[in-house]
Design a binder for this molecule. Sequence first.
Ligand code: ZN
Length: 169
Amino acid sequence: MTSDFERCPACRTPLTTETVDGLWRPFCPTCKNIVSLSPKLVAATLVGDADGLLLIQRNYGAEKGLWAPPGGYVEQGEMVEEAARREAYEETGIEVTINGLVGLYSEPGRPIVLAAFSAERVGGELHDKSPEVQDVRFFPVNDLPPLAFPRDRVIIEAWVQLQGTLRRS
Ligand SMILES: [Zn+2]
């Protein structure tokens, strides 16, 4: 658990935990309040060009060495589309404009909700200078490297469908 939830927000008593409706939650033994945990919002960006889809090779966590679309946490007060654009730029050097929502993704028991956007490359130069990435490349969608998360394949398939829709409109 993050340090945000070590103490009760109302009375500062150290929190214990309770399982409520099958979900693990911080609990204040003084107030008897159950602290509500909101999911964290992650924005991911699917950027295509003539060479395929832009992916980053992760340099951290259990998925180190595996590939995923660029993305990261949305800051409080930040537009979600702006977070998608910012993360793509920070992680790959590619400047994009957002041109569609691929979808909103969540899974039981996972603390994040992922908003996946489709984006168009408008500038920038590909680089791998971010400490969060080992490598960045465009891949043909029919020849993808090992992906970090099973959901990524679902998202990429939805993105491919959306590209067809965007071209027709
Ligand atoms: Zn309390």
